[in-house]
Ligand binder design. Structure first.
Ligand SMILES: [Fe+2]
Length: 198
């Protein structure tokens, strides 16, 4: 089934947010742009991530040579699905794509927020997953994502990381970032979902 919502323990996602053809198009584009992406250095200085042969590439879409029309269309579709209204661009990394290889992982961290009234939310679309490992870990829970699934990560509020990538397939993640108005979120759900940030 296309676009079915799946509920995880502490978040949710949409399965088959993209078709196989769209997945292929984004994967091909990611590898073409790989040379333009930065190498990622360990966020917390993790020594096991400093080995030369560890593959970690990261590209802000604003810094790449080309972004397929499809990617912009997917962001619009997401905004519609999620009925996002009061948000600003995420100012630090914006939207980005990453390619992560054998033995690499996303180190535990919380994203910076725009200010005390807007927090960083990301929607992560898995374009490719390794044969084992590479699953996101969000606020201490493993999220059993699949390729073509997009999931919500309140990255400015909760710690997130990933399992180590194993096997010969890459972990490719396309991430859409938003600075979400806390007031709007609280009004929408008619409760104090989030206190103002410090
Ligand atoms: Fe993050």
């Amino acid at each position: 089934m296309i676009n079915s919502k799946v509920i995880f323990e502490n978040t949710y996602g949409y399965e088959n947010f993209i078709t196989d053809e769209e997945r292929n198009e984004i994967e091909t584009w990611a590898f073409l742009e790989q040379e333009r992406m930065r190498k990622v250095y360990p966020i917390n200085n993790e020594s096991d991530q400093r080995k030369k042969d560890i593959i970690r590439h990261f590209g802000k879409l604003s810094e790449l040579t080309h972004v397929p029309k499809l990617v912009n269309e997917l962001k619009e579709k997401l905004i519609e699905y999620e009925q996002l209204e009061e948000f600003l661009p995420e100012p630090h990394n914006g939207d980005w794509i990453s390619i992560v290889g054998q033995d690499a992982y996303v180190e535990p961290h919380i994203d910076a927020n725009l200010n005390r009234n807007y927090y960083t939310r990301r929607y992560n679309l898995l374009i490719s997953l390794p044969t084992s490992g590479g699953l996101p870990i969000y606020d201490g829970k493993i999220i059993p994502v699949k390729e073509k699934l997009i999931w919500r990560c309140d990255a400015g509020l909760y710690n997130h990381t990933s399992e180590i990538v194993n096997g010969n397939r890459f972990r490719i993640n396309l991430s859409f970032g938003f600075s979400i108005s806390i007031d709007w979120e609280n009004k929408k759900f008619n409760k104090k979902v989030i206190k103002s940030l410090i």
